[in-house]
Write a protein that binds this ligand. Sequence first.
Ligand SMILES: *[C@@H]1O[C@H](CO)[C@@H](O)[C@H](O)[C@H]1NC(C)=O
Ligand SMILES: *[C@@H]1O[C@H](CO)[C@@H](O)[C@H](O)[C@H]1NC(C)=O
Ligand SMILES: *[C@@H]1O[C@H](CO)[C@@H](O)[C@H](O)[C@H]1NC(C)=O
Ligand SMILES: *[C@@H]1O[C@H](CO)[C@@H](O)[C@H](O)[C@H]1NC(C)=O
Ligand SMILES: *[C@@H]1O[C@H](CO)[C@@H](O)[C@H](O)[C@H]1NC(C)=O
Ligand SMILES: *[C@@H]1O[C@H](CO)[C@@H](O)[C@H](O)[C@H]1NC(C)=O
Ligand SMILES: *[C@@H]1O[C@H](CO)[C@@H](O)[C@H](O)[C@H]1NC(C)=O
Ligand SMILES: *[C@@H]1O[C@H](CO)[C@@H](O)[C@H](O)[C@H]1NC(C)=O
Ligand SMILES: *[C@@H]1O[C@H](CO)[C@@H](O)[C@H](O)[C@H]1NC(C)=O
Ligand SMILES: *[C@@H]1O[C@H](CO)[C@@H](O)[C@H](O)[C@H]1NC(C)=O
Ligand SMILES: *[C@@H]1O[C@H](CO)[C@@H](O)[C@H](O)[C@H]1NC(C)=O
Ligand SMILES: *[C@@H]1O[C@H](CO)[C@@H](O)[C@H](O)[C@H]1NC(C)=O
Length: 794
Amino acid sequence: MLSSLLAAAALLSPALAIVEPLNTTILGPYGNVPPVYPSPNITGAGGWEDALAKAKAFVSQLTLEEKSTMVTGTPGPCVGNIIAIPRLGFGGLCLQDGPLAIRVTDYASVFPAGVSAAASFDRQLIYERGLAMGAEFRGKGAHIQLGPVAGPLGRSAYAGRNWEGFSPDPYLTGVAMEETIRGIQENGVQACAKHWVAYEQETQRNPTTVGGNITGAILQESVSSNLDDRTIHELYMWPFANAVRAGVSSVMCSYNRINGSYACENSKSLNGLLKGELGFQGYIMSDWGGTHSGLSSIEGGLDMDMPGGLRLYGLAFGPDSYFGGNVTAAVNNGSLDTSRVDDMITRIMTPYYLLGQDKDFPLIDPATADLNTFSPRSTWFDQFVLNGTANRDVRADHDIVIRKLGAASTVLLKNVDGTLPLAAPKSIAVFGNDASEDTQGYYNQDDFEYGTLSSGGGSGTGRLTYLVTPLEAIKIQAKADGSLVQQFLNNTLIATSNISTLVIPQMPDVCLVFLKTWAEEGEDRLSLDTDWDGNGVVESVAAYCNNTVVITHSSGINNLPWASHPNVTAIVAAHYPGQESGNAIVDILYGAVNPSGKLPYTIALDENDYNALPITAVNSTSPYAWQSWFDEKLEIDYRYFDAQNMSVLYEFGFGLSYTTFSLSNLAVVGSQVNAQAAPGAVSPGGNPALWEGVYNVSAIVSNTGSVSGATVPQLYITLPSSAPSTPPKQLRGFEKVFLEAGQSSVVEFTLMRRDLSYWDIVAQDWIVPSGEFGLSVGFSSRDIHLTGTITVAA
Ligand SMILES: *[C@@H]1O[C@H](CO)[C@@H](O)[C@H](O)[C@H]1NC(C)=O
Ligand SMILES: *[C@@H]1O[C@H](CO)[C@@H](O)[C@H](O)[C@H]1NC(C)=O
Ligand SMILES: *[C@@H]1O[C@H](CO)[C@@H](O)[C@H](O)[C@H]1NC(C)=O
Ligand SMILES: *[C@@H]1O[C@H](CO)[C@@H](O)[C@H](O)[C@H]1NC(C)=O
Ligand SMILES: *[C@@H]1O[C@H](CO)[C@@H](O)[C@H](O)[C@H]1NC(C)=O
Ligand SMILES: *[C@@H]1O[C@H](CO)[C@@H](O)[C@H](O)[C@H]1NC(C)=O
Ligand SMILES: *[C@@H]1O[C@H](CO)[C@@H](O)[C@H](O)[C@H]1NC(C)=O
Ligand SMILES: *[C@@H]1O[C@H](CO)[C@@H](O)[C@H](O)[C@H]1NC(C)=O
Ligand SMILES: *[C@@H]1O[C@H](CO)[C@@H](O)[C@H](O)[C@H]1NC(C)=O
Ligand SMILES: *[C@@H]1O[C@H](CO)[C@@H](O)[C@H](O)[C@H]1NC(C)=O
Ligand SMILES: *[C@@H]1O[C@H](CO)[C@@H](O)[C@H](O)[C@H]1NC(C)=O
Ligand SMILES: *[C@@H]1O[C@H](CO)[C@@H](O)[C@H](O)[C@H]1NC(C)=O
C-alpha cells in the first residue's frame, strides 16, 4: 500500500518525506532496503579533478530554472535530450540508443550484438567494436551512447534482453564492459552502463496500470528482484564495478524494483552501492519512464530524469516529469537543498568536460530527428536548431571489424570428421528462412518469417543500411568454386516434405540449415527452441541428407534436440553478428577464418534443466504480487550446473577449432595476501586495492594441429572451504591467443585481489578466505587441462 500511496502522493507532492516503499510482510526477509542518505557528492577522484572544476564553474552560473532543465529530459531530435543554454555556450546533450549501433539515424553500421562480442572472448576486438561504435555516435552528433549493457546479466536463459548484454558470467561481462567503454569514450563520446541493477526479466518490468498506459493509476507495481547482499556484489554489481573503474560517464537505473524499492529511487543501491561503495563519479539517469517519484528519487541518488518532460506526448506516453518544474518548486520552498541539485548537474557536466565535449563536438544530424518516432517533431516543446549536415555517412571502414568480430564470435559446437571447413563442395543445398533476405525491410523490429537475423529487437537494435545474407555470401563463394547451389527457404515446406523429392539431382555434398531465434526488449522468450519449427526443419533435412550442417542466428541459449543426430555433422552458433553476417559465416564455413568463439553461457541437455526462470504470472491482484526471489543466489548458468553436478550438452567456455591445442607448464607467482585490504580512498571501481594483481598464473599453450588458429585458455578458481558456500568454479581469467600451426606461447593471467575474494555480509567488505584455492586452466569450464593451488595463510 505504502508504495502506491507514495506514488499517488508524489504526483501531487513530490516533496513528500522520503519513505522507502516497502511491506516487509509481503516481501519477506529481503523486503528491507537499508536507507542510505544523503546522496554522496562527486569528488572528481580518479583523474576527473580538472573537469570537475570546469563543471562547478558552469553550475555556478546557472539560474534555478536552468538547473531544472539540466536534470530533466525533453522531447527533441534524439531519443533523450537536454536543452541548450546558449547564454553559457552550452549546446545541450543528445542521448542515443543503443548498445550495438546508433539506432535512430541513417548511414550507420549495425555491429555484432553484445552476446556475440562476449562469444569472441577477444578483448582487443571488443575494444575495437566500442571504438568504432563511439566514432559513429560522435559523427552523428550524439554525446551519449546508451550502452553497453551488463543488466540483464543473464540470470535466466529466457530473458528477452540477454543478447544486448554479454554473458551470465560477471567476470567476462566485466571485461567486456571495460573494453567497450574504453573504446566508446576514446572518441569523446560518453558511455552509459545500463541497466542498474538486477534487471533480469522483461515480464512486468513496468507497472500494470488502469488503461494499460503509464498515465493510468497503478494496479500492480513492477516485478521486484529480491536478492541478498552477497549475490548482488558477486554477480550483478560485479561488471558495473569494471564499468565504473573504466571511467564510465553515466549509469542508467532499471525499470524493476530491488527488494521492493524501484531501482531509480533505491537509496541503498544508488547512493550506497554505486556512488558510495563503487565511487561512481558520473551521473545516474533513469531508464525511459523508470522514474516513479520526485524527491524520493533525487534524494535516493537519481541525477537525471529521462525522457523527462512529456507534456507534448499528450497522454500517449506519460505524465510530466517528476523533475522539471518540481525541482524548482522544491528548492524554492526549502524541501530540496540546492547543493543536491548542484551535485546532480556537476555529475552530468564533469564527463562532458572530461571528454572535451565543450570543444568541436559535431552537430546533431537532422536525419536523426526525421527518423525519431519516439519524440517526433510534433511533440517538441523546445526549439532545436538543427543546422548540421543531414544524412552524414559515419560507417567508414567499420565493416572490417564487424566482419572480423562476426567470424571471431562464431562458435563451432560439433564437427564430425572434419565436416568443416568445406572444401569446395560440388553440390550445396541451403535450407531455412534464416538464410536469406528479410522481405519486410531492414528495421530489425520483428521476427518476420523470412529473413536472416543479425540483431534482436527494441531499443538495442540497429537500422541496417545493408545486410550481407548467408545465402548471398555462399553463392558468391560457390560461384568461384563452380558449385551448384539449391535453396529452400520455406520452413513449413521443408519440415513437411520428403527432401529427396525437392533436391536435384541427388543428395547434395552438404546441406546447410540456417535457423533463427528472435528476442526483443519488452518480452521474455517463451521457449528455448529455434523459431519457425527449426527442429522440424533439421529433422526433415537430416532424414535425407547425411551431411547436415546447422547454423543458428540466435539471441543465445537454444534447445538443440538433434545435436546427436548422426546426420547432423556440424553445428555452428553464430548469434547476432551484425550487417556482415553472410561474409562472417562464409569465412568460418570455408575456413578462411578458423573458429575461435566460445559459448558465453551453457546449453543444457534439456530445457527443464535451467533454473532461475522469469516470473511470468501471478495469481494475486495485490500491487506487490510480482516478486522474483533470487533464491539460487550465486548459482546461475555454469555455476549452477557445476554446483548440482549436472551433465550439460555444451558447457560455458566451449567451442571447437579446425586445429588442436594443448596446455602445459602451469606456474604461479605471488606473495601472501591479507584477508582484508586496507580501506583505500574511494576511487572509481571501489577500493583500489581490490584491483591490485596479487598472483600471476601462467601456462604454455600450443597449437598441436596443422592449421593456424586462435584459442582461449581460461582460468577458473575454486575458493577454499573456509569461505561460505560458493559454486565450485568461477572464471577469473581468459586470453585469446593466436598461434601458427606448431607454435607455442605463454599465456598469463593476473589474479586481482577481488578475484580471490568473496563479499562478506557481516564485514561489509571483500575478504580473501584462508586455505587452499584451486586453480583450473582449460579450454572450457569443463575441459580442464591443468590444475594447481594457491595457499593463503589465516
Ligand atoms: C514544496 O514544493 C513541492 C513541489 O512543488 C511541493 O510538492 C511540496 O508540497 C512543497 N513543500 C512544502 C513544505 O511547501
Ligand atoms: C503488508 O501486507 C500484509 C499482508 O498482505 C498486510 O496484512 C499488511 O496490512 C500490510 N502492511 C502495510 C503497512 O501495508
Ligand atoms: C536487499 O535485501 C537484503 C536482505 O535484507 C539486504 O541485505 C540488501 O542490502 C538489500 N539490497 C538492496 C539494494 O536493497
Ligand atoms: C555536498 O557539498 C555541499 C557543498 O558543496 C555540502 O553542503 C553538502 O553537505 C555535501 N553533501 C554531502 C552528502 O557531502
Ligand atoms: C491511458 O489511460 C488513461 C487512464 O485510464 C486513459 O484516460 C487514456 O485515454 C489512456 N491513453 C491512451 C493513449 O491509451
Ligand atoms: C511535478 O510532477 C508531476 C508528476 O509527474 C507532474 O504532473 C507535474 O506537472 C510536475 N510539476 C511541474 C511544475 O513540473
Ligand atoms: C547553427 O546555428 C547556431 C545557432 O543559430 C549557430 O550558432 C551556429 O553557428 C550554426 N552552425 C552552423 C554550422 O551553421
Ligand atoms: C510455404 O510452404 C507451405 C507448405 O507447402 C505453403 O502452404 C505456404 O504457402 C508456403 N509459403 C510461401 C510464402 O510460399
Ligand atoms: C522419400 O522419397 C523417396 C523418393 O521418392 C522415397 O524413396 C522415400 O521412401 C521417401 N521417404 C519417405 C520417408 O517417405
Ligand atoms: C541419414 O542419412 C541417410 C542418407 O544418407 C539416411 O538413409 C538415414 O536414414 C539418415 N539417418 C537418420 C537417422 O535419419
Ligand atoms: C553420405 O552418403 C554418401 C552416399 O551414400 C556417401 O558417399 C558419403 O560418404 C556419406 N557421407 C557421410 C558424411 O556419411
Ligand atoms: C495460480 O493458481 C493456480 C491454481 O491454484 C496454480 O495452479 C498456479 O500454479 C498458480 N500460479 C502462480 C503463478 O502462482
